[in-house]
Design a protein around this ligand. Structure first.
Ligand code: FAD
Length: 317
């Protein structure tokens, strides 16, 4: 079922999760160890992130360094197939512009259609560590709006080889990312919002937000979206803060603000356990407030924190 149908059919808010593929060398069991306990919340869909290859410098026996390509978290598509098979829920793979030519994107979309995936989160991807800013593959998409357009064309039966006759129309429900606190590269909030609207006008069916810790920023974002004519569902993405060092790491990596009240509570914690407790309490209150204000769904970035997410879920649902 499409995420948008799940949302419109649901009489009350529900919970969904995002997971990361395991690090290379680990077993699929590590995915099940995260998801098995979370199934008590009956998530109708589970997102699986995509991680492209990157360059690292490997120290060789003679002391020199060699530039090698590595992919730390492969397996997104196969994990989606395993999730659908084991839990009978929708799996939503993330598909990035980065790392793909448009031909490879088309092939990936065909693979996803063959395994029965109907929902995809279209995302640009960030710069790989060896690059100062995002660089598309030669012949790849520079912005997510172009990826959305390609998916939409395939939904209309138009492939890159335009002379294909009677080509099957795919039927992808397309999600895109939105940023209540502005994407870090955008010159200002309104320009970023304009680009978000372009993604929706190109065919995106729903929006999932970057994590945020101040609900007012989410409500303002939703109002701003509605004011410029974005009418699709907007799903809030949430991550509990669980370590003291995240007070600086999360703003740096995800360009989000930590509210002063949360910062104070975490800073005054004497142990990491106390800091985690403060983060969990914050996430519980944040989640309850979002539910009270009518969000369709709470989408948690699990990042392997099964117990934390379980505790929050039990308090909220
Ligand atoms: P875009 O929508 O392409 O926007 C990127 C920037 O370009 C923005 O500043 C925007 O304002 C600007 N822009 C957009 N269109 C134009 C245009 N036509 N002209 C000029 N400027 C423009 N990363 C991963 O690598 N793997 C994942 O699985 C993953 N999952 C994510 C899930 C969610 C819900 C979110 C919010 C992010 C995720 N990311 C993931 C991170 C994402 O790749 C980065 O945030 C990335 O920098 C931007 O992706 P985007 O799709 O929002 O890009």
């Amino acid at each position: 079922m499409k995420v948008t149908d799940i949302i419109s059919n649901s009489k009350q808010p529900f919970i969904s999760f995002e997971i990361l593929p395991p690090l290379k060398g680990k077993s699929i069991d590590s995915v099940y160890q995260i998801l098995d306990p979370l199934m008590e919340f009956k998530p109708p869909f589970i997102n699986v992130t995509y991680h492209r290859s990157e360059y690292i410098y490997k120290k060789m026996a003679n002391g020199s360094y060699q530039k090698v390509v590595t992919r730390k978290r492969p397996g997104t598509v196969a994990i989606c197939a395993s999730i659908m098979n084991r839990y009978k829920v929708e799996a939503v793979p993330h598909l990035t512009c980065g790392g793909f030519t448009i031909e490879e994107t088309e092939d990936a979309l065909i693979d996803l259609q063959y395994i029965g995936v109907t929902n995809i989160l279209a995302i640009r991807g960030d710069a790989v560590k060896s690059e100062a800013s995002f660089i598309p593959e030669p012949g790849g998409h520079a912005y997510t709006v172009d990826l959305v357009r390609q998916m939409k064309r395939m939904n209309e039966g138009v492939y890159l080889e335009e002379d294909l006759v009677n080509a099957v129309k795919t039927d992808f429900c397309i999600g895109v990312g939105g940023y209540p606190e502005k994407h870090f590269e955008a010159p200002n909030f309104n320009t970023d919002l304009k680009h978000l609207k372009e993604k929706v006008d190109a065919g995106a069916d729903y929006i999932v937000t970057q994590m945020f810790f101040d609900n007012q920023k989410f409500y303002d974002f939703v109002n701003a979206c509605r004011a410029i004519g974005i009418t699709v569902p907007i799903v809030p993405g949430l991550k509990p803060l669980t370590r003291k060092k995240q007070l600086t790491v999360l703003p740096r990596v995800f360009a989000v603000d930590i509210p002063e009240e949360l910062e104070r509570a975490v800073t005054k914690a004497k142990t990491e356990d106390e800091a985690e407790r403060a983060g969990i309490e914050w996430a519980i209150q944040q989640s309850k407030d979002l539910v009270k204000n009518g969000v369709p769904c709470l989408h948690y970035y699990t990042m392997g924190q099964v117990q934390t997410i379980t505790e929050i879920g039990r308090q909220v649902f």
